[in-house]
Design a protein around this ligand. Sequence first.
Ligand code: GA4
Length: 322
Amino acid sequence: MVVPSSNSMRTKKINAAGIPTVDFSMERSKLSESVIKACEQYGFFKVVNHGVPKDVISRLENEGIEFFSKSTSEKRQAGPATPFGYGCRNIGSNGDLGDLEYLLLHTNPLSISDRSKTISKNPTNFSCAVNDYIEAVRKVACEVVDLVAEGLWVPDKYAVSKLIRDVQSDSVLRINHYPPMKSSSKRDPSMGFGEHSDPQILTILRSNEVGGLQICTHDGLWIPVAPDPNEFFVMVGDALQVMTNGRLRSVRHRVMSNRVKKGRMSMMYFAAPPPNSWITALPKMVSAEKPSEYRPFTWAHYKQAAYSLRLGHSRLDLFRAQ
Ligand code: GA4
């Protein structure tokens, strides 16, 4: 199949094969090897046997379904997303648009409990569902970065996961709802969420059974990702690219709208360090032959840059050394 690329008039081939799967029940040394291989090849993989209880996922999913089925005026009470809260069509604040509505939440428990009041008639249930989900996916994210550290022989195995576990961590939870396109619509499939990479360390994504997500390979091919509601997908973010001195690269991805009857709902946990943390290559990843590719910056600095640019900007280029 050949589809027009989102950012140019050229066309790129789509190839549905090849997305790696990592089985968390595998023997440890093999596990870290396969995580590194998947991260190097695609910056993206599926995790099976992740150990997150089904009800933790379904409770958050049901809260999302309930919220997005409300009237527009009710949903707007939880907005606008500047950046947190309910957003519709607007992504960021520099003119990016998508065919979606969403809830963006900071993972700090106090902020969740405060936001819940405008989101749900039962704020306690909502915040419990959100907090339990965050706790579970944070564990998955920390496990993945520990496996990355092991696979790269980084002496301080917890160097990255301790940033994600920090109480000041700037991690974010996003629930996206992409309404289905009307089957009578003569429009081409539209852009649900435009091409970009995630600025954080790592993203843990889960969606319902409706597809639309595509990832871009290092050779510029777009691959559709078959949805799997029981499993999680992991994406390498910009900050992990810097920490591994470019050995792992963040994955560019996008979401196309569907002509199916049901809407796509996805939930993403974006694992981030505290705002004042320095984002810099791990010492093990730097040598005389391989000097640091990026100059050091704090997470707050990088986030500020990301929010001042358009969604699809290759923002890491601004931080290259020299
Ligand atoms: C992409 C990853 C996360 O969804 C997000 C997004 C954020 C937003 O929607 O507010 C950004 C985008 C994301 C990167 C560039 C800036 C900021 C929109 C945008 C145009 C929550 C994030 O952290 O960065």
